[in-house]
Write a protein that binds this ligand. Sequence first.
Ligand code: GCU
Length: 604
Amino acid sequence: MKRLLALSFLISHLSFSGVAAQEVPLVQNIFARNPTSLNGQWHYIVDVQEEGYYDYRMNPTRWGFFLNAKPQRPEDLIEYDFDKEPTLQVPGDWNTQSERLFFYEGTVWYQRYFSAQKPDQGQRTLLYFGAVNYDAHVYVNGQHVAHHIGGFTPFNADISQQLRDGENTLIVKVDNKRHKDNVPTQIFDWWNYGGITRDVLLVSVPETYVEDYSLQLEKRKEERGEKREISFALQLNQKKAGERVTLSIPELKVRETLTTNAEGRIATSIGKTGGLQLWSPDTPKRYRVEISHRGKTIVDSIGFRTIETRGKQILLNGQPIFLKGICIHEEKTDGGGRANGTRDAATLLSMAQQLGCNFVRLAHYPHNEWMVREAERRGILVWSEIPCYWTISWTNEQTYQNAQQQLTDMISRDHNRANIIIWSIANETPHSPERDQFLGRLAKYARTLDNTRLISMAMEVTSASNYKNRLHDNMHEYVDVVSFNQYVGWYRDVNDAPKMEWEVPYDKPVIVSEWGGGAKYGLHGARNQRWTEEFQENLYRENTAMLDRIDGLAGTTPWVLKDFRSPRRVLPGIQDYYNMKGVFSDRGQRKKASFVLEEWYKGK
Ligand code: GCU
């Protein structure tokens, strides 16, 4: 049964594409495919009215900026010139790179040249983007090759047809305008960083290549108890039978040559788990895995573990675990800007580890792959989420398809990461039958993609009177872990945490996925004085004591690791466009509350 499911997992998320003709299903572990980086300085044009895309009748024009046209004769009229424009660093957001773009939301055109060869016979060239916020149209030598929606998920296209020998032109139209039918919707409490925010890569692959693979530790019930085995599944980009693939896990003395079936698939189990060291926060063991096909070898580092729930407990490798977490936004320290790369990941995760965390909630959207892999290397468990945040257009089918695609892309990219234990499908969404229908559908879909991890979402307290807090949410049926956000001590009931009682009437583990309050680093005063470190410190003391009284609490992720930029936070001298609920300042300075949390986690 499980093996089959693994197969259906491969089928379902690989078959969904249906955008620009050249776009191909996401390629697994692209960084291990000997990529050429196209990161660097790209020219850009700010195009407020999308002059480069629409004519004056608002119809898409054929003579747009994507042609990178140059006057051929003296009388020719070309009213743009990328070569004379300033540049922006890619990957990176535009908001923190140029004062004039700090608040900018709209279209920016990116352009760069790159040299390449038309792929040889039997070869293909793929173009990959780690993420572009929000709506990206991609052109190679003036031809449209990809259109992607969603600011936090990767996509790739086969540009073999468009490539020329020698100099090529790559142009990306990036539009980060907010819209109510988008995911996220029109308002959200983080900075709407625009741009090509993650890596851009060129990859050369054989005509037939390994599109995706999955390695998971699975438990199989047998007469005499449970047997653990490693399930291996693989999908080629083409339905080709008889293709030989060698799977090697040297440390486990696994070396198997397998053959694809008519669907270009392999699905099997490796019984050799004797001596297998399981991945866990204390021992984040990852095994070198080599997958060879047609002379190309993909190397990955994969950990093996099991994750499940039993009643109100979360079991990692069969043992109950308490998730000592913190919420993190994908933002650099020292002035903000989208974080990307191992160095930024290391900075943020080291701060989390100073608190004694074994778990992070990557809010509210899929973070970059470096972050997830660095967390896996450090033994940090991960909650990964798609931005169905606040009031999404529940009845809009396009919005649903957009959310489902982001869910698919998130799981496609990271389904081999042992440290990811929870897929979250939403945050603080208002109750309604339409919302339940939308999220119920999404939760079910998530299980078809991956039935080996836990599903959750950040719910909200539904009633609170006379210090009795209740959580009643129809979505409890669809999730494995019941999670909710609460702000006792900040948005309500200051200093009443000690009196609070909690009722979560579901026989499932509970995670309090947000709580906390703001403070300005270095601002000191009475503990009932808002914005002082003492106020936040006291709030943390009272909340941690309150959390200890919540039945079934299996973990928590206070809001938030560090102060982060938000256009919704405008209090001068205190917020200045920062949400100040970090236990660290934006510059990584520890506030008093961080020590309360660290102390509390020592006891967990
Ligand atoms: C909400 C929300 C966060 C927000 C936080 C806050 O719960 O999920 O994105 O930043 O509260 O108000 O600070």
